[in-house]
Design a protein around this ligand. Sequence first.
Ligand code: GRF
Length: 187
Amino acid sequence: KRIAIFASGSGSNAEKIAEHFASDSQVDISLILTNNPQAGVIARARRLHVPVVVFDRTTFYESARIVELLQGQAIDLVVLAGFMMLIPESMVQAFPNKIVNIHPALLPKYGGKGMYGHFVHEAVVAAQETESGITIHYVNERYDEGAIIFQASCPVVATDTPEDVAKKVQVLEHKHFPEVVGQLLNS
Ligand code: GRF
């Protein structure tokens, strides 16, 4: 089975997924793709010996090159791990129920355009939520609205800062995302 991972930032989730499958001869992290030439995921990919593709907005939205690249690599599952761009309809259509995303909150709350990373945790703290967590879902052409695959929660206490929440959520991401990806590949 062949996985492509899209990331825009640090890439810690991409790294955990790559490490999880490093000893599994049936699963290959074929590509790591990013829209951000400064993304930390590039250095992680190099260390993991995973080929990296850096693309720009025009290529992603106005050409078929990324979809053709994924099809050419016979990708079975596209994983979005901290990828900050909307997936174009053409890509959703080319990979039906084969694109999954992780969101650092319990959707449907705290989802949608612009609700990523720190903004999510700030909103959770501001709303005095007593829990937060992760949502892994299929991707359609609207932000964070695809069918939910998996959720896990963590407590939020009154003294938590957004950074405290981010840390607890990241533990859940690193623990569960690789496992869920593995289950999807075997389903
Ligand atoms: C994670 O919080 C993930 O839930 C969100 O973006 C962040 C990615 O972190 N989509 P990293 O780049 O994998 O470290």
